[in-house]
Design a protein around this ligand. Structure first.
Ligand code: SF4
Ligand code: SF4
Length: 406
């Protein structure tokens, strides 16, 4: 019997009555029609391994990662099976036994090592100059072919790191409070303009914004890959820095960082907010804002916002409908996963592509000018899908749209 598996509470596994309702909502099962893709299948497998009837082998380790952790199964489960906790513990046990998959090792090493990440950023900026940028409206470098597995589109890193060396951005509007901005890895390096836009919008809403220089990756990629030790190290550094700063709260524009900070950073001494939540609290201000030209927009719900944080589904609609000149259209399956799911895209690219294609077609069907969302992983993956489809719809963050309406 695999001892580590004994740490998964048997009571959690026993709650699953194998009803199969999760099969109706799982984006991965929807594409594969294979039982091990869905939570019911994974719970059965974990239960068998824990009871000694099955083996924790590499195939099982890969199956634990055949899941985008979109939490749709957990949301509809009538038996309250804590699927996220179960799968993260299973991944942890598998990683302890076999180590990380090479793709995960590469990403987590990069995100944990500031200097290495900065060098990669410099290399990307150089690539941007050397490779011909794509003509699409996405913020991307041209397509790269990936070891015969098709093409991948990566964000164009055109600017240096978002690092203001402990700078305070004071608001000139009526003061609402002081917030610490936690950009996260992707908004620090790949989508720097979005970080600047987030700070600018918060200032307009009346918040002083402090950007600490010493924060590191929130650790979500490590945690989801099963590297708990790596996650704990990063968390410790962040908690020390964030708890030392006097502020009314912490804000981030990244769905995964926010979900992680809210659920796994119990030691924080101040509340954490998703940027979208702060904007929603200030609808009385933004209803006086106007788009420079008429704009039709749609919204993709990041899994880590709509389910991970339970932010009401109509929040983006309320925000964008309140701005003059913006027409909001709901897309079909707006809360369905985009297919990114962290390492899922790297470990199961064919299934990820199919989920991405479904999302792309739903976006194109709206004929919107922009699809808006609040997660850098979703932005990257959706931009790639739209690029492949040669669509003119561009994928942007909430702040990128709001800054055009000030
Ligand atoms: S919906 Fe819940 S109880 Fe039903 S099979 Fe899925 S995990 Fe088990
Ligand atoms: S979290 Fe999402 S992808 Fe994973 S099993 Fe549940 S529904 Fe499927």
């Amino acid at each position: 019997m695999d001892k580590k598996f004994l740490q998964i509470k048997q009571e959690w596994l026993d709650r699953c009555v194998r009803c199969g309702s999760c099969r109706n909502v799982c984006p991965v099962f929807n594409e594969t029609k294979e039982e091990p893709s869905v939570s019911r299948g994974k719970i059965s497998l974990i239960d068998m391994i824990q009871k000694g009837y099955g083996k924790l082998d590499k195939e099982a380790a890969l199956l634990f990662k055949k899941c985008t952790t979109c939490l749709r199964c957990q949301e509809i489960c009538a038996m309250d099976v804590p699927y996220e906790e179960i799968i993260l513990k299973a991944r942890e046990a598998a990683t302890e036994k076999f180590g990380l998959f090479p793709q995960e090792k590469l990403v987590t090493t990069l995100l944990k090592n500031e200097k290495l990440f900065d060098s990669a950023g410099s290399f990307s900026r150089l690539s941007y100059l050397l490779f011909r940028p794509s003509n699409s409206p996405q913020n991307v470098v041209s397509k790269f072919s990936v070891l015969g597995k098709g093409t991948a589109v990566i964000p164009a890193i055109k600017e240096g790191k978002f690092n203001y060396k402990d700078k305070l951005f004071p608001s000139k509007s009526e003061k609402k409070g002081k917030l610490i901005y936690f950009p996260g890895c992707m908004f620090s390096r790949a989508y720097v303009k979005t970080s600047k836009n987030i700070v600018k919008v918060l200032n307009h809403l009346g918040y002083d914004v402090f950007v600490p220089s010493q924060i590191v990756c929130c650790g979500a990629p490590s945690l989801h890959a099963g590297d708990r030790k790596g996650f704990e190290e990063l968390k410790k550094k962040n908690v020390e820095v964030l708890n030392d700063i006097e502020a009314d709260g912490i804000v981030t524009g990244c769905a995964t960082c926010c979900h992680n900070l809210k659920h796994n950073y119990g030691e924080l001494n101040k509340p954490v907010f998703q940027f979208l939540e702060i904007v929603a609290e200030n609808i009385d201000i933004i209803k006086n804002w106007r788009a420079k030209k008429p704009l039709k927009v749609t919204w993709h719900h990041p899994c880590h916002i709509v389910r991970g944080q339970n932010i009401p589904k109509d929040t983006p609609k309320k925000i964008f409908e309140s701005i003059n000149g913006i027409m909001y259209v709901e897309m079909e399956e707006s809360d369905n996963c985009c297919g990114m799911g962290g390492s899922f895209k790297m470990l199961h690219p064919a299934v990820s592509d199919r989920i991405q294609k479904r999302k792309t077609l739903n976006i194109i069907a709206t004929s919107a000018d922009n699809v808006i969302t609040e997660c850098p992983g979703c932005i990257m993956n959706i931009a790639e899908g739209l690029e492949k489809a040669k669509s003119n719809i561009s994928c942007k963050h909430t702040a990128d749209i709001l800054v055009e309406c000030l």
